[in-house]
Design a binder for this molecule. Sequence first.
Ligand SMILES: [Zn+2]
Length: 282
Amino acid sequence: MYWIDTHTHITMLPTIEEQDNCMERTLNAGVKKIVLANVDRDSIEPIAQFCLRHSQNAFPAIGLHPTEVFENFEQELVFMENLINENKTKYVAIGETGIDLYHDKTFKEQQIIAFREQLRWSKKYNLPVIFHVRNESATPQSTLTPSQTLTPSQTTTPASAMDEILDILKHEQNGSIKGVFHCYSGTLQQAQEIVEMGFYLGIGGVVTFKNSNLSEIVSQIDLSKLLIETDAPFLAPVPYRGQQNESSYIPIIGHKIADVKRVTPQEVAEITSFNAEQLFKI
Ligand SMILES: [Zn+2]
């Protein structure tokens, strides 16, 4: 049996030596394959280099992360699509892409345009999508000073990035789009809609957090619809919560899922690895 980390940013480690040492710990932990999600133009080359050094175990994605969508997003997308066409690097997915309204909604419309464009790539190049969806934070806008008062409409009903994404996908999904909702953070009902549309849920360290409802959702969704991921260096599972995450912690997440679903870790490893291999063709 072996595990697969379907979402890591291992090249955020600052040196090649640190990256390669991390890969060694990952393999020693029984994690045989990792998928490297892309963020922006600058992350493309380090990811390509890493995946060349570890070609049996590491697989690159390409895409523009929603928090990296700025005025120049169209140029960035053209640059990336050219790389897909050049075909020097064999990408296994488009991503990560989606809508992120958590810290900043300034470029919301552009995020949606960029997301739609990357969905088009997914269809054109027959590549699965790594979806990144993060809702607006429920706290009031930070631009308001304490002396300013809020009307009720300013304090309630934050726009839901998840609703927007699901709405777009309901129109775009004709059976040809495959993908994973990375670091899934929606409701149980949304999770059920997502798996009915044929997508996977990416489950990470949050499932080990006491204040999270993710384990309840995991208990209700069939293992055949789940992938495991770290999102390293972010979101380390308990007992490493708050520290730097890495792919070698994947078995901790897998064991938690096994507990929640009352199956063996071996079953979780086999089914989720199979799912990842089917989706990314790795
Ligand atoms: Zn990520």
